[in-house]
Write a protein that binds this ligand. Structure first.
Ligand SMILES: Cc1c2[nH]c(c1CCC(=O)O)Cc1[nH]c(c(CCC(=O)O)c1C)Cc1[nH]c(c(CCC(=O)O)c1C)Cc1[nH]c(c(C)c1CCC(=O)O)C2
Length: 357
């Protein structure tokens, strides 16, 4: 079936009027679902990503359980460093690990961006399969990591409290850092265009490590690349006569970035739970859709407390130009029933005209 453009989430992303607030959950396909843990016990994380039938099956798991307004293709942001030649292992309990983190002398050895669409064709296959299975019910979100966030993992080699090794490059080796960020930007552009070509109807760029940057570092090493990705992806889609899909940017912890991002061509800006909805709105102005920002820990509360948190969040954001979500990925020990409560509360409260404006 031809993909539809009148889905709730796409309308909200474009700033059109909606009769209820759309909702999805970052990491909605993940370890809090017993059916995900079952698949994970059988296969390695990246094997799942590389096997379109498995990636498709897992993408659909949360959608079959909850009335979510979007699916997000099951993959990881670290497939780009892999495609450029780096080894990444997903260690249970520890997260991603690069056995050989990037050294200064390695930057020149990374593959050319042009290899990315071929190497990651398995993601495009998974998208085609998933769009087909969704039969136009809800849109499929494609995604990628932003260049700084990818660089931070590549240099650090794993998660970090400070990302000081990666940040040291920005101060000590700015020229080389820009070369690396440029390579990642070119790769991400080709990758995101390929996802739309395969059927993704909206794209999210995760700048999850924005929070480690100063406003100055963000302006120098993150913003220009985020901007280039958005502008070039949209231009290429137009040139290729593909749908110019809405784009979401999620600068986690980057309150300082919101005002600058509101002047870019991203349609939607994601916010984490550490900012008041009204402050986020005043920073981005009226012409961007906001996405977020329930504290992932709010899902540990009972039904009444989740509903109360959702009510406050909806009052803060209002109904127009808003997509409900958590302020970051869902935690693995959340009870799936709490997700059902969250999704239902967003839909129910936001379709009662008296509740919110
Ligand atoms: C930084 C980042 C990564 N990956 C991602 C980000 C950006 C979002 C964010 O800030 O969380 C994005 C991502 N990772 C995953 C998805 C799938 C789609 C979805 O949201 O459902 C998406 C969109 C699967 C995953 N990616 C990961 C899991 C769990 C690992 C497992 O199953 O063993 C899943 C389902 C692992 C992962 N992958 C990454 C980390 C740091 C970790 C470890 C943290 C953790 O364990 O939650 C890198």
């Amino acid at each position: 079936m031809a993909p539809k453009s009148n889905h709730l989430l796409l309308k909200a992303a474009r700033g059109e009027e909606v009769d209820k607030v759309p909702v999805w959950v970052m990491r909605q396909a993940g370890r809090y679902l017993p059916e995900f843990r079952e698949e994970r016990s059988k296969s390695d994380f990246f094997t799942i990503c590389q096997t379109p039938e498995l990636a498709c099956k897992i993408t659909l798991q949360p959608v079959e359980r909850f009335p979510l307004d979007a699916a997000i293709i099951f993959s990881d942001i670290l497939v780009i460093p892999q495609a450029l030649g780096m080894e990444v292992i997903m260690q249970p309990g520890e997260g991603p690990v690069f056995p050989n983190p990037l050294k200064i002398s390695d930057v020149a050895k990374l593959s050319e961006a042009s290899v990315v669409p071929d190497v990651l064709s398995y993601v495009f296959d998974a998208i085609r399969l998933t769009v087909d299975k969704l039969s136009g019910r809800i849109p499929l979100i494609g995604f990628a990591g932003a260049p700084w966030t990818l660089m931070a993992y590549m240099v650090e080699g794993k998660g970090s409290k400070t990302f000081s090794a990666a940040k040291s490059w920005l101060y000590k080796h700015p020229v080389l850092s820009h070369q690396l960020l440029e390579r990642l930007t070119e790769s991400t552009i080709l990758y995101l265009v390929g996802q739309v070509q395969a059927g993704a109807q909206i794209l999210q760029v995760f700048e999850s490590n924005a929070e480690y940057l100063t406003p100055d570092l963000f302006r120098t090493f993150a913003l220009p690349y985020l901007q280039k990705i958005c502008d070039t992806v949209k231009q290429k889609l137009k040139d290729m006569e593909l749908p110019v899909v809405p784009m979401i940017v999620f600068p986690k912890g980057g309150h300082f970035a919101l005002s600058a991002l509101s002047k870019t061509n991203y349609d939607v800006i994601g916010v984490d739970w550490t900012i008041e909805p009204s402050v986020a709105r005043s920073l981005v102005g009226p012409n961007k859709t906001l996405q977020g920002n329930l504290d992932p820990c709010a899902l540990y509360g009972d039904k009444a407390s989740i509903e109360e948190a959702v009510r406050r969040m909806l009052e803060g954001f209002g109904r127009s130009r808003y997509i409900a979500n958590l302020g970051h990925g869902i935690y693995p020990d959340v009870n799936p029933d709490s997700v059902a409560t969250f999704v239902d509360a967003v839909h129910r409260f936001s379709s009662q005209p008296a509740t919110i404006s």
